[in-house]
Design a protein around this ligand. Sequence first.
Ligand code: C6P
Length: 409
Amino acid sequence: MTATDPDIEKLRLDFPILAQEINGHRLAFLDSAASSQRPRSVIEAVSHYYEHDHANVHRGVHTLSHRATEAYEGAREKVRRFINASSSREIIFTRGTTDAINLLAASFGQSIEPGDEIIISHLEHHSNIVPWQMLCERNDATLKVIPINERGEIILDEYHQLLGPRTRLVAVSHVSNALGTVNPVEQIIAAAKERNIPVLIDGAQAVPHQAVDVTALNCDFYAFSGHKMFGPTGIGVFYAREEWLERLPPYQGGGDMILTVSFAGTTYNDLPYKFEAGTPNIAGAIGLGAAIDYLLDIGMDKIQAHETALLDYATREISTVDGIQLIGTAAQKAGVLSFNLDGIHPHDLGTVLDHQGIAIRTGHHCAMPVMEFFGIAGTARASLALYNCRQDIEQLIHGLQLAIGMFRS
Ligand code: C6P
C-alpha cells in the first residue's frame, strides 16, 4: 500500500462515510486525530450485537447474557493481543484516554505525598496535564515539565535532569496530537526504569498509526481511545501491569467491581473487574474489537509505511505554499501537519476549507502549552489516517490556494 496504490481506493470503500460529498465537493477527511471514521465491519459488529446478543455482562445465567459476556471478554483478549500485554487481566475498559488517565491519577494518586514529583512533558494534551495538576494541588506535590525545542521535540538531557529521588511517576505522550512528534518513549521509559520510577504512556495518537508492544516498551501504564483507532466513541483502554493493578485501590465503587458487600465492609473483585464499576460499554468494547481485527487484517507495518509516505508527500507539497509556517518539524513524526498561513486566521481557513469539502481541525487542539511555546493562539491541523490518499492532500493544497486568493487579494 503506497500513497498512489489502487489498494487505497479499495480500502476507502470500507468507510461508507467517505463516499459522500460535503458542500458539493468530494470529502477530504483530514481530522482523524480528533476522531477517525469507522469501517463497515465495526458498524456491523455493533449493530449485530444489538440485534442479536445484547444483555448485561457477568450477571445473567441466560443465553443472551452468556453471549454478551463472551463477546465483551473476547474484545478484551483482542486488545491484549493488539498491544501484546501478558494477560487480559491487565486490560481495563474505560470511556477513553481521558478516563484512563483520571483512573490512574485517582488511584495511584492516593499514595502521592507532599513534596513528591510527577514529570510530564511540554507536549501533552490537556488530559495528560490537568489530572496531574489537580492531584499535585490536592496532595501538595510538584508537577515538573520536560521542555521541548523549536522543532517540537522533547529535550532528553533536560528530562534526565528532572528525574530525582522524589519523582513518583513519569507521564508522557507517545505521539503529540498537536504537532505529530513521535516521542522517544523507549529512552524515556528506560531512564525512569533505572530509578524504579513507573511510566504512563498516553498512546491516543500512536495506536492508529503504528504497532504498539507494551511488553517490549516496558511501560507500567498505557492509555488509548477507541474512537481514534476506527472504533466507537465512549470506549478506551487502560493497560497496567498486573502487579500495579493488584496494589492500586479501585477507582470507582459499584456493581461488578465487588466480591462481597455488607455494611461491615466490601471485598473487591478479581482483575480486571476491580477497576470496572457498573455496567460497561459492552457494544463499544465489541466495536473496538472489530476495529482491532480490521487494523490487524491490513497490518500495522503496512499502515505505518503508507502514512509515513503520505506525510512526507504532504510536507513537501504544503511547504511550497506561499506564506506557510509549519509548526512542529520533528525528525520523527506521525500523522499530523500543523500549520499557519500568513495573514489568515486558522478558523477562517478551516471555514474556507470546509466549503471545499475539506475537514481539518483549527485552534489549540487541547494543547494550549504547546501553542504558548510557539507564541501562537492556534494552528490549522490536517491529520492523516490509513484511508487518506494523495488526492486528499491535493485537495487541501488547492483549498489553501483558494483561501490565499480570497484573503490576500
Ligand atoms: N485529542 C484531538 O483533536 P479522549 O478525548 O479521552 O478520547 O482523548 C484525549 C486525548 C488524550 N491524549 C491525546 C494525545 C489526544 O490526542 C487526545 C484527544 C483529540 O487532538 C481531541 S481533543
